[in-house]
Design a protein around this ligand. Structure first.
Ligand SMILES: NC(=O)c1ccc[n+]([C@@H]2O[C@H](COP(=O)([O-])OP(=O)(O)OC[C@H]3O[C@@H](n4cnc5c(N)ncnc54)[C@H](O)[C@@H]3O)[C@@H](O)[C@H]2O)c1
Length: 254
């Protein structure tokens, strides 16, 4: 892979869900390309480990234990990032859960639906709301919200996940327009299945269903998602907002 060492020189990137999976891969990529990193995750132990890995690569990084579904924690975390780094140029919001799989709506518990709402949709709202308050002051920002193919097409057996990811896409489209002339771009990314821990517990029949829909016939790799994310949140990506990028091995046709 080709890296661009000065792409994020003097830029501060806040990455949620940074302890693992896509958030972690994106943190490595942006850090290697010069960004200073503020890392959010609710898994303190894993987050510390990731942060230490980044520091050992001479990347500037600081870890903040934040549950993105808890408003007070999000506010406190973002205020602390501002104190520590004085600005936020980039937000990559990757924190999320998959919730029940292979579960028809009639068996999908309301508690599970509320839980995935709180984390995947309300969490996206909170992280974006409070980061944009800071970005507005500097009239510069690049926001990337990780959505999913499930939000575009709907995955059977995953009603909560599909509904919340469709909600994330709605946020991208609305905010792209809200901030179009403010120097702040808000985009989304819709991956098909990527090889991360998120899929480790996904029922094999559900995983096979999702992989079979990918013309390239394989899972995506976190580094591939990180490479595309890096371009999306770069300064040079300057005439694109409110858009949902695709990384699906040919699955998406629109
Ligand atoms: N892996 C895939 O196939 C795939 C496909 C499409 C979309 N996505 C989306 O990409 C994003 C990242 O997924 P991943 O595959 O890296 O998953 P992952 O489970 O590997 O990593 C998610 C990270 O988010 C953190 N997290 C979860 N809930 C949190 C909360 N409430 N507060 C703070 N941190 C929290 C976890 O601790 C974990 O470190 C998610 O939004 C997911 O829906 C993933």
């Amino acid at each position: 892979m080709t890296f661009f060492p000065n792409r994020f020189k003097n830029r501060v990137a806040l990455i949620s869900g940074a302890a693992d999976g896509l958030g972690k891969a994106i943190a490595h990529r942006l850090g290697t390309e010069g960004a200073s990193l503020a890392l959010f995750d609710w898994n303190e132990e894993k987050l510390q480990k990731t942060c230490e890995e980044l520091l050992s690569k001479n990347i500037s990084a600081k870890a903040y234990t934040v549950d993105v579904s808890v408003e007070e924690q999000v506010i406190e975390g973002i205020n602390q990032v501002e104190k520590d780094f004085h600005k936020m140029d980039v937000l990559v919001h990757s924190a999320g859960i998959v919730g029940p799989t292979s579960t028809k709506i009639t068996s999908y518990s309301t508690e599970e639906f509320d839980r995935i709402y709180a984390i995947n949709l309300r969490g996206t709202f909170l992280m974006t709301k409070y980061t944009l308050q800071k970005m507005e002051q500097k009239q510069y920002g690049r926001v990337l919200l990780i959505a999913s193919m499930a939000g575009k097409e709907g995955n059977p057996g995953m009603i909560g996940y599909s509904a919340m990811k469709a909600g994330v896409i709605g946020i991208v489209k609305a905010l792209g327009k809200e901030y179009a002339t403010a120097g702040i771009a808000v985009n989304g990314l819709a991956p098909a299945v990527i090889r991360t821990a998120m899929n480790a517990d996904t029922a094999p029949d559900q995983l096979a269903f999702m992989t079979a829909k990918i013309p390239m016939g394989r899972l995506g790799e976190p580094e591939e998602v990180a490479a595309m994310s890096s371009f999306i949140v770069s300064e040079e990506n300057s005439f694109s907002t409110g858009f949902l990028y695709d990384i699906s091995g040919g699955r998406a046709t629109y």
